[in-house]
Design a protein around this ligand. Structure first.
Ligand SMILES: [Fe+2]
Ligand SMILES: [Fe+2]
Length: 341
């Protein structure tokens, strides 16, 4: 929401009289309104119009409505005020709060209390809106970096998909899966600061050129670290995806337990994709050869051997050991992300 623009509020209520009363009240306070008379059309409006706040009236909506708003990437930061009917039990308001409502009030409304909550939530929304804009910029950068080098097109997306599927196979918590998906997508975003001539150089890099390339994890972390919405697990994937278990990687020389599982998943996925696709300096290797190299490098102490085996199984289970199936993966994730924000 722009700072000088009137806030847009979505009101969801199938009771026409009540909807009109809320509409008049909010317009009287200087807000613009969007009206919906069913939960379903309300959700569609949340996604399509991205209002600055949703006023959701029960029983037209139930607490599940708040859960849906809160769990979609494009709407998760939009505040929801849940208005419970006069006869509602306290348990319903509590359920709404637990489902992600920003506040839950009872009807008949105490207008001053309602107005105070609304102003507070809109003030927070202005901040989170800026955060979303910043996040949007980072994802735009991730797209730009893939387009900068035709060899790496779709690389971030494939790493994101492999690491996410591996987290799922290992039964890791949803937060870890989400972190490796985002971390995988953004892991090379720092390459935006590397000169094209070095990124696309056919043949081996000089020592100095390699030193420049080696800056990309810290540069990427530096770009992303101000986005509190990304969180440390994602930032670690960006900063530490070139670490090795024996401490011989970069930039921090982390080893063993100081390399979190999420980072290990992104690293293995990243190494595989670099081996399995053509680069300016090498052809694409056959899948089995990539698996062999990963296993050899884990024996050398670089990667987690158990995770490498789980990775190989995951790729086979998902038919991703077939190059044709991998080729069709690029493109969709970043596009959906871009449109979602
Ligand atoms: Fe990298
Ligand atoms: Fe990479």
């Amino acid at each position: 929401m722009g700072k000088s623009v009137t806030a847009r509020l979505l009101v969801v209520d199938r009771d026409a009289t009540q909807l009109a009363a809320l509409d008049a009240l909010l317009k009287g306070w200087g807000y613009a309104t969007i009206l919906a008379n069913e939960a379903e059309s309300g959700l569609a409006q949340v996604a399509a119009r991205r209002p600055d706040c949703v006023i959701a009236c029960s029983p037209t909506v139930n607490p599940e409505f708040c859960h849906t708003v809160r769990n979609q990437a494009s709407t998760r930061l939009i505040p929801v005020i849940y208005l419970a009917p006069p006869q509602a039990e306290a348990a319903e308001r509590l359920a709404a709060l637990q489902s992600g409502a920003s506040c839950a009030l009872s009807q008949p409304l105490d207008e001053r209390e309602f107005g105070a909550h609304l102003r507070g939530l809109l003030a927070t929304r202005r901040v989170t809106s800026d955060l979303e804009d910043a996040e949007n910029v980072v994802f735009a950068l991730a797209t730009a970096i893939e387009q900068k080098d035709s060899y790496t097109e779709g690389h971030g997306e494939r790493v994101s998909i492999y690491a996410g599927k591996l987290a799922q196979k290992l039964g890791l918590p949803d937060e870890v899966r989400a972190a490796v998906e985002t971390g995988g997508l953004l892991h090379d975003v720092g390459k935006i600061g590397c000169p094209d001539a070095i990124l696309n150089k056919p043949g081996p890099l000089t020592r100095d050129e390699f030193e420049i390339i080696k800056r990309h994890p810290v540069q990427g972390w530096d770009i992303c670290r101000h986005l509190s919405s990304l969180g440390d697990p994602v930032l670690n994937c960006i900063r530490n995806h070139h670490e090795r278990l024996d401490g011989s990687g970069y930039p921090d020389g982390h080893a063993e337990d100081s390399i979190p599982t999420a980072v290990r998943l992104v690293t293995i996925s990243d190494v595989f994709d670099a081996l399995a696709t053509a680069r300016a300096y090498k052809p694409a290797f056959p899948t089995e050869h990539c698996f062999k190299i990963l296993r050899e490098e884990s024996k050398r102490g670089w990667w987690d051997a158990e995770l490498v085996e789980a990775f190989v199984e995951m790729m086979k289970e998902n038919a991703l050991d077939q190059p044709a199936n991998r080729a069709s993966l690029g493109g969709a994730l970043l596009n959906s992300r871009r449109h979602a924000l």
